[in-house]
Design a protein around this ligand. Structure first.
Ligand SMILES: [Zn+2]
Ligand SMILES: [Zn+2]
Length: 222
């Protein structure tokens, strides 16, 4: 097991950009390339790792606004949930991803896996914040994008959001993972530190304590 993981707070919206990969293989993926992406690339270089691909939790601007810049420098695949690609295409004609060279885009589904060396990553579809939001499970860490933060959860009142889907993603999927799984969110919204375990969140995050969709709807104010 030679997991490599870096969490970096970048940009004006307290986004976390991650480097995840394999220290032995000396390769990593970059998660949600946005804002001053050079900082993340410098970190990878300093650590002696090549960036081998991009993983998008979802297609909001604050999670992918450096994608074109990055692809201008590196010829690497971009893993996006297929529903996020379809949604972007419906909304914007050619789509948010329409301008990317076609062979860059790798649509993925829940349960798909990719690996670098001995580090394996599993895609977990967690709709609700957006239709194609996804989390990434690597060993005992879960990168949650804007689905779940420390102490709160993602908004579901934006276009494409669905409170019922988010409830199911949080309770039917994330809460079913081992309690010792560490959560690594897409924004640094908590003053309680940058990561927590699922167990800790189950006792302190009221959005994970909702017992029903109706409960959840009341909590999110919808
Ligand atoms: Zn978002
Ligand atoms: Zn965000």
């Amino acid at each position: 097991m030679s997991l490599y993981l870096r969490q970096m707070e970048i940009g004006p919206m307290r986004n976390f950009v991650y480097l995840v990969g394999d220290a032995e293989k000396k390769q990593c993926w970059i998660v949600d390339p946005a804002w001053e992406i050079e900082k993340a690339l410098q970190q990878a270089e300093q650590d002696g790792l090549d960036v081998a691909g991009v993983l998008l939790t979802h297609a909001h601007y604050d999670h992918c606004n450096a994608l074109e810049t990055l692809l201008g420098q590196k010829n690497i695949p971009v893993y996006v949930h297929k529903r996020e690609i379809e949604t972007a295409q419906r909304k914007m004609g050619t789509g948010l991803f329409g301008h990317l060279p076609k062979d860059h885009l790798k649509p993925v589904e829940s349960g798909d896996k990719i690996a670098l060396g001995s580090t394996e990553l599993t895609f977990l579809h967690t709709p609700g914040h957006t239709p194609g939001s996804q989390c990434f499970l690597v060993s005992d860490r879960l990168l949650t994008g804007d689905t779940l933060f420390i102490g709160t959860c993602g908004r579901c009142d934006l276009p494409g959001g669905s409170p019922a889907d988010l409830f199911e993603s949080l309770h039917g999927k994330i809460a079913k993972l081992p309690g010792t799984t560490s959560l690594l969110p897409g924004h640094n919204y908590s003053d309680r530190g940058p990561t927590h375990t699922i167990e800790e969140e189950m006792t302190s995050n009221r959005f994970l304590q909702a017992k029903s969709v109706d409960d959840f709807l009341r909590l999110v104010g919808l």
